[in-house]
Design a protein around this ligand. Structure first.
Ligand SMILES: Nc1ncnc2c1ncn2[C@@H]1O[C@H](COP(=O)(O)OP(=O)(O)OP(=O)(O)O)[C@@H](O)[C@H]1O
Length: 242
């Protein structure tokens, strides 16, 4: 469970995240939807302690990220698939991460298997395609077998096969009871992947709604998303407290 409360971030004079409050529940894929510049990445970075909020808080199963003694075992994240040392092999990238976090070497082989990188494990990550880099990023997020998983735009730039792989993987993690939070600027992708939707625009919460409810209420999801983000009024689904 992730609890976001009044989360606020300024960059200089610019308000990037504006008093966000919502919960992300386990056992579901929760889509974090918003147009470019809406504040999604900034919110994810604050969840991971990479950016300091100007106000508000994020609690991960009852604790702030900074207060987790073993963060990799609590929360796994894929923010930027390119953030690897290109000269290291996939195996050694994961081994370095595991060893600096007190994770058993055997787990490296397990996650390589889960993401289907077995044949490429001894190749340098610098030569990887985008799809392979995404797989390596997912493997790193899974190393600590965390209950909470965050993904920032994981399907960006992937081919249809890669998109399908990510989609099924996220659903599988949710079925295992994990808390899965995935950002996107594509309504169409979220409609196929997410069970629940958090929509933001200009840093503000616009919707906190079940996907099935959102689909039932709108003829065209793309139009509904456009309308929602072009308005600055808050939208709340019936019965969903946010
Ligand atoms: N390091 C930074 N310094 C200054 N402004 C920033 C910084 N990071 C983000 N911003 C600004 O904060 C706002 C939110 O950006 P953010 O990257 O969080 O949005 P996003 O929803 O993830 O967008 P995208 O889908 O384009 O990545 C934008 O106006 C952006 O220009």
């Amino acid at each position: 469970m992730i609890e976001v409360r009044n989360l606020t971030k300024y960059y200089g004079q610019q308000l990037a995240v504006d008093g966000l409050t919502f919960d992300i529940r386990p056992g579901l894929v929760t889509g974090f939807l918003g147009p470019n510049g809406a504040g999604k990445s900034t919110t994810l970075r604050m969840m991971l302690g990479l950016d300091r909020p100007d106000a508000g808080s994020v609690s991960l199963d009852g604790r702030r990220y900074e207060d987790c003694p073993d963060p990799l075992r609590r929360i796994g994240a894929l923010l930027d698939a390119g953030a690897v040392h290109g000269g290291r092999t996939a195996y050694h990238h994961l081994l370095w991460l595991a060893q600096t976090n007190g994770i058993d070497r055997g787990r490296v082989d397990e996650v390589i298997e889960v993401v289907g990188l077995g044949a490429a494990a001894s190749r340098r990550a610098g030569g990887f395609s985008l799809g392979m880099s995404q797989r390596l990023g997912v493997a790193a997020a899974l190393l600590g077998d965390p209950e909470i998983l965050l993904f920032d735009e994981p399907v960006n730039g992937l081919d249809p096969e890669g998109i399908l792989w990510i989609r099924n993987l996220l659903k599988g993690f949710a079925e295992e009871g994990r808390t899965v939070f995935v950002s996107s600027h594509l309504m169409s992708e979220m409609a196929l992947t997410a069970d629940h939707l958090i929509v933001i625009g200009r840093g503000r919460l616009l919707a906190d709604v079940g996907m099935a409810e959102f689909v039932a209420e709108h003829d065209s999801l793309e139009d509904a998303f456009l309308q929602l983000t072009s308005r600055s009024v808050e939208y709340r689904s019936g019965g969903v407290e946010s």
